[in-house]
Design a protein around this ligand. Sequence first.
Ligand code: COA
Length: 235
Amino acid sequence: MNSFFTKIISKITGLELNDRLGNDWDGISTLGLFIRMGIWATRGLLVRWRFKGTKGLFLVGKGVTIRQAHYIQTGKNFIAQDHCEINGLSQKGLTFGDKVTIGSYAIIRPTNLYGGEAGLGLKVGNNSSIGPYGYIGCSGYIEIGDNVMISPRVSIYSENHNFEDSERPMIEQGVTRSFVKIEDDCWIAANSILLAGVTVGKGSIVAAGAVVTKDVPPFSIVAGNPAQVIKSRKA
Ligand SMILES: CC(C)(COP(=O)(O)OP(=O)(O)OC[C@H]1O[C@@H](n2cnc3c(N)ncnc32)[C@H](O)[C@@H]1OP(=O)(O)O)[C@@H](O)C(=O)NCCC(=O)NCCS
């Protein structure tokens, strides 16, 4: 029963599910997943026509907010989990590669809701995910490579408020935007914060709770606040 449903889901979605749905799963659990995917795909059908472009499977959970979808392009097998919020309005738009998942309650916001110039946007490569409760403030452009795992509650900021003039309210002094890049094959662990202007080099790990204020060299592990290199992944 289980393998029957697994085969059907794999055939429809093109996903290889054998490694996901273990043999110990009972048929009812697999059927439940099958039905849930059907509901998510139906919700996807209701919104995907508004996008700049979509491909293949497009799954949308409950309570998802998608604004200005005509600035958003997705690759194959895009998943927006329950209650996430994706705002498209941006100068360069939002581009997602194949097999990208946006976790529950994550927020992607290129532009302030309270006015000012539209932000720049976001690019996410193939097989990368943004974890639950994440915040991606991509006003200064954020580029996330392929095979990047972003754990829960990670915040990435690509702008700072200007504060040079102590006689004027900071809210009137504008912002400075800076590009943030996460290269391929990185793991950005839970509760970490990446500040404007940093590049996380290929193959690196940002440890849980780290605050990244400077570039991270490729294949290194950084931890702490401010984040420091604690190890290299290369011998
Ligand atoms: C970085 C991490 C992967 C461990 O890497 P590791 O190479 O095995 O590191 P170690 O456990 O050997 O620790 C090395 C040193 O770094 C310190 N360290 C490890 N993780 C740290 C962290 N998150 N913050 C600060 N210091 C940390 C250790 O205390 C140790 O210090 P010491 O040498 O003074 O004793 C792990 O600590 C971590 O942060 N995991 C993230 C978990 C997570 O977010 N999971 C979500 C999955 S979706």
